[in-house]
Design a protein around this ligand. Sequence first.
Ligand SMILES: CCCCCCCCCCCCCCC(=O)SCCNC(=O)CCNC(=O)[C@H](O)C(C)(C)COP(=O)(O)OP(=O)(O)OC[C@H]1O[C@@H](n2cnc3c(N)ncnc32)[C@H](O)[C@@H]1OP(=O)(O)O
Ligand code: UBL
Length: 254
Amino acid sequence: MDALWMVSPLLLVPLLLWTSSTFTFYFKKFFYVAWMMFLALLAIPMSVVKSGGRDIENMRIIRFLVRHVKYLLGLQIEVSGQEHLQLQGPYVIISNHQSSLDVLGMMEILPDRCTTIAKKELIYAGTVGLICWLGGIVFINRKKTSDAKNVMCDAAKTMLEDQIRLWVFPEGTRNQQGDLLPFKKGAFHLAVQAQVPIIPVVFSSYNSFYHRKEKQFNSGTIRLKILPKIETKGMSSDDVSSLADKSYQVGTSS
Ligand SMILES: CCCCCCCCCCCCCCC(=O)SCCNC(=O)CCNC(=O)[C@H](O)C(C)(C)COP(=O)(O)OP(=O)(O)OC[C@H]1O[C@@H](n2cnc3c(N)ncnc32)[C@H](O)[C@@H]1OP(=O)(O)O
Ligand SMILES: CCCCCCCC/C=C\CCCCCCCC(=O)OC[C@@H](O)COP(=O)(O)O
């Protein structure tokens, strides 16, 4: 009987851990990274067999493999305005950026022949880095604006030559404050240089289920709103600032 009194509190420890929201936060975060690394490990040989190397068509494999992950994390994704993505040819998608969880929403609506611009550090993220490279993700060095600009100028040409769509996070970094950081200009130069439309996508705030600082990661719903295109035909580099301002207004009012 004495032994039972001693063991019972010990048995409570894992139970308390399991129900603690901090434990759930770390568990889900760890699981998310580990599972994405595992999925990337599957996607690498599939991509090499399908395309023989770096090819935007590999994004189809990534999209297919990632779509179930939301269920494993207790998340639902609701999409509105899907019709705005039904455009022929290249375009630039811009969206707000809260967390690495944005990848789930991105893969929910990612059109064919669409890849993204990412910080170059991502390429070192193990299997995830390698599959990003195989998926044609365009890596930029944010610390060297001139390098980043050159890469994006080349991307504008490739978009037209290879009929590619690009997803850019114009805030340039993650932001969980529920507002929009000032927009960087790269996405707008890109769209103007390629003379292609911009399609804004707004992710709803994750604050109702996910808080990095407070270590909370509950079940919840991500709402993705795809907005009508913003034309850039006939615009020049002189119009980039006003285009960025207009896109920012559209984003904040949606
Ligand atoms: C199976 C499992 C698989 C799992 C794999 C899942 C794969 C999914 C991966 C998802 C990855 C998501 C990654 C997201 C990120 O990494 S976000 C961070 C990286 N992205 C960005 O930073 C994009 C936004 N940033 C920009 O566009 C910037 O403008 C940048 C080009 C980087 C330059 O930075 P900076 O100097 O800080 O910005 P400014 O905007 O102030 O620009 C300075 C001046 O340069 C002019 N400029 C900018 N770009 C251009 C250009 N392309 N051409 C000409 N000129 C340009 C700009 O106008 C400024 O000059 P002025 O002040 O206007 O005179
Ligand atoms: C060698 C092992 C290294 C392990 C690293 C794990 C990498 C993460 C793995 C899986 C996560 C799922 C896909 C992640 C892709 C999302 C990338 C992302 O969101 O990058 C943040 C970037 O936009 C802005 O960066 P900052 O906010 O400026 O900082």
